[in-house]
Design a protein around this ligand. Structure first.
Ligand code: GLN
Length: 488
């Protein structure tokens, strides 16, 4: 195989070549590096790259391991020893990770090679990656549009073949939504399925690390390598990790898929609706039965999510005080001045907005009215899903109500930005798992823009949504669609 073709491979294909010794890990890295040099000026997906460290790993990696020699891109909120970990924030601009996150340790144990950190909304707050303090990542399908967010760098890199696969984090949709907008597969594992140790916390009761890949099989492979119990994270469930690739290829006969009537909202783009309708027909033709279900508290999802996520963020971000790590204001007058200026200079606008909102929601006198109330509605949302899953194997919906929007289009209106998560954040509130798979291409202006189909599964039922998503994916051509080659 000629070098320029290598980056277009899936992880499964690449792993096959590596195992058969048809290509060496070093060659893989070299061709990836050359491809990234061509794509980065157009998409700006990475915040840092370290091919020297990666080459050292490649020289000694065992290619017979499950991901032996496969380079992996990592969202810049996950600690990789010796590498920057900025979280897209000036406050961590000069920070280097002193240790590996558990997912990174597991990747290394499986032979995967981290080589670069991807751009993101600051502290994972956003839906377009425009809240990064460092650069604007562009959607490979149309450079005038956003890649989605907050894991926009990871999604854009995979879509442009500038990564074989990546990991991101999903607190309210930040893996699934950018995956949908860039035309790749993205998985939010069930809460507790993957260790959060070494992930910089945004909202600890919602955060999960998960894969962004070219195919469903590749995501299943990453989940096998990274999921499971971790004594360093008390919320990482002590449950065996199934072989998520075992059920791939099964047909969908007897499978019941729920269509929530509350998801057919106004404001959903007609081309997204048409693509999802066609996907439902396709799933039926594969043997699945589509059943109406109701998730009556869906309307409260955005409000509940933005109270709870900001409340948790306000507590988690208190650690960035300029004392232990990161940016420190110069010549403070006193301690308060030190805190005020360090945080004032280090955090961007959206992060400040959320700290203020979250602090308010938690403050004495308002706690009962906002935080506690939101927790109660969260429980009702969880029960909605439990009732629906008593009738169906998985729930189907669009991932995002709209395809990729234009850069700048929503930056002045935080509420419009928050609506990007309307179909995704209830899944985080309920702790269940979800996947986005490409299901169509919208034509807007002169661009073709990917559309994502979301499948939600019961907690710890990842195997099921992989099965369904794989059957759908393999019966369509959408996953083979590639963005136009960047103009020279
Ligand atoms: N867009 C959501 C937010 O801004 C989701 C972010 C995420 O999942 N990390 O909070």
């Amino acid at each position: 195989m000629s070098q320029p073709e290598l980056p277009a491979l899936t992880i499964a294909e690449l792993q096959g070549l590596l195992r058969r010794r048809e290509v060496a890990p070093r060659e893989v890295l070299e061709s990836l590096r050359a491809h990234i040099e061509a794509t980065e000026p157009k998409i700006d997906a990475y915040l840092s790259l370290d091919f020297e460290a990666a080459a050292d790993e490649a020289a000694k990696v065992d290619v017979d391991l499950p991901l032996g020699g496969v380079p992996i891109a990592v969202k810049d909120i996950i600690n990789v020893k010796g590498q920057p970990c900025t979280c897209g924030s000036k406050i961590l601009g000069s920070y280097r990770a002193p240790y590996d996150a558990t997912v990174i340790r597991r990747f290394r144990a499986a032979g995967a090679i981290p080589f670069g950190k991807t751009n993101m909304d600051e502290f994972a707050m956003g839906s377009s990656t425009e809240n990064s303090s460092f650069k604007v990542t562009r959607n490979p399908w149309d450079p005038a549009r956003v890649p989605g967010g907050s894991s926009g760098g990871s999604a854009a890199a995979v879509a442009a073949d500038a990564a074989f696969g990546a990991v991101g984090t999903d607190t309210g949709g930040s893996i699934r939504q950018p995956a949908a907008l860039c035309g790749v597969v993205g998985v939010k594992p069930s809460y507790g399925r993957v260790s959060r140790f070494g992930l910089v916390a945004f909202a600890s009761s919602l955060d999960q690390v998960g894969p962004l890949t070219k195919t469903v099989r590749d995501s299943a492979m990453i989940m096998i390598a990274t999921a499971g119990h971790d004594p360093k994270d008390s919320t990482a469930l002590n449950q065996p990790v199934p072989d998520y690739t075992a059920g791939l290829g099964r047909d969908l006969r007897g499978m019941k898929l729920g269509l929530p009537k509350e998801y057919m909202i106004e404001g959903i783009d007609p081309q997204v609706k048409a693509a999802v309708d066609a996907a439902l027909k396709q799933l039926e033709s594969l043997g699945a039965e589509i059943v109406d279900v109701s998730l009556p508290h869906t309307d409260y999802g955005i409000a509940v999510y933005y109270f709870l996520a900001t409340a948790e963020a306000s507590a988690n971000l208190a650690r960035f005080d300029g004392v232990r790590y990161g940016h420190r204001a110069e010549n403070p007058r006193d301690l308060l001045d030190h805190y005020g200026r360090t945080r004032g200079e280090g955090f961007g606008q959206e992060v400040k907005r959320r700290i203020i909102l979250g602090t308010y929601a938690l403050s004495s006198g308002y706690y009962d009215a906002y935080y506690l109330r939101a927790q109660k509605v969260r429980e009702l949302i969880r029960q909605d899903f439990a009732k629906a899953f008593a009738k169906v194997d998985a729930i189907v919906s669009p991932t995002s109500p709209v395809p990729a929007f234009k850069l700048g289009e929503r930056t002045a209106d935080p509420l419009a930005m928050y609506l990007a998560d309307i179909f995704t954040n209830t899944g985080n509130l309920a702790g269940i798992c979800g996947i986005s798979v490409p299901c169509g291409l919208a034509k807007i202006d002169n661009a073709q823009l990917p559309i994502g189909l979301q499948l939600l599964g019961k907690a710890l039922d990842e195997a099921r949504i992989f099965e369904i998503a794989h059957a759908y994916e393999q019966s369509t051509e959408w996953h083979k669609a590639k963005p136009p080659a960047p103009a020279k």
